[in-house]
Design a protein. Structure first.
Length: 229
């Protein structure tokens, strides 16, 4: 039995040595290729870091300073100046075009979309808001809800409901979710779909009773039930 164990151990050692030998042989035969691959990876990593440091970071800082003025115009409801600039500072559209690789350009899509919505340019509002990408728990559902508002203004209620539902369900947020559930419910009522309206009103009552919508939801529930009777 001891001889068998000793023989098995010897065989394993020989297998390991054989594998190491093959690995060494592979490295020797492909040394130039492996060296080239390693160098290529190093160049890509260095290039990416340099791009982030010397191109993206300065662009981000510059775009942020331009955005500050455009945001001030936006807050004052001066949407034309916010969108197109004032001659000294860029508007959101210029920031999107000139600083495409920055986070500011992405945020500018949101502001541009809301600006167009407030200005009655609903199709443009939809285009820009759809290009906004964020995981922010407030801005993301608001952007989706704003797309719903634009579709409603364009007399496309089914599309509006779709985006209101997306906005309401994107995050479980007691500040924005009941707002968009309510909007969806009211459009359902306008379409005569009282069953779906009642469903979303019940969600508000059950999940968000302390919200502004929740405190007044009983009358909407009663109205929808009355229409179903």
């Amino acid at each position: 039995m001891a001889k068998k164990k000793k023989s098995a151990a010897k065989d394993r050692i020989q297998d390991v040595e054989s594998a190491l030998s093959k690995t060494e042989q592979f490295i020797e035969e492909n040394q130039k290729i492996l060296t080239t691959v390693v160098l290529a990876i190093v160049v890509v990593v260095i290039g990416y870091l340099a791009f982030k440091r010397f191109i993206v970071a300065p662009s981000e800082e510059e775009a942020h300073s331009q955005m500050f003025v455009a945001e001030q115009y936006f807050e004052r409801d001066s949407f034309d100046l916010a969108l197109y600039g004032d001659g000294n500072y860029l508007g959101f559209l210029d920031i999107i075009e000139e600083y495409k690789i920055t986070k500011s350009a992405n945020l500018a899509h949101y502001y541009a979309g809301i600006s167009y919505l407030k200005s009655g340019e609903y199709e443009l509002a939809i285009d820009y808001l759809k290009k906004f990408n964020s995981d922010d728990l407030m801005m993301s559902p608001i952007a989706l809800g704003a797309i719903g508002d634009a579709f409603l203004e364009l007399e496309e209620p089914e599309e509006a409901i779709s985006y209101y539902n997306k906005a309401a369900n994107l995050v479980d947020n007691e500040f924005v979710s009941p707002i968009y559930h309510m909007k969806a419910g009211m459009v359902y009522e306008e379409l005569g779909n009282y069953k779906k309206a009642l469903e979303v009103y019940n969600i508000i009552q059950e999940k968000y009773p302390d919200s502004s919508e929740g405190r007044s939801i009983e009358k909407y529930i009663s109205r929808a039930k009355l229409e179903l009777d």
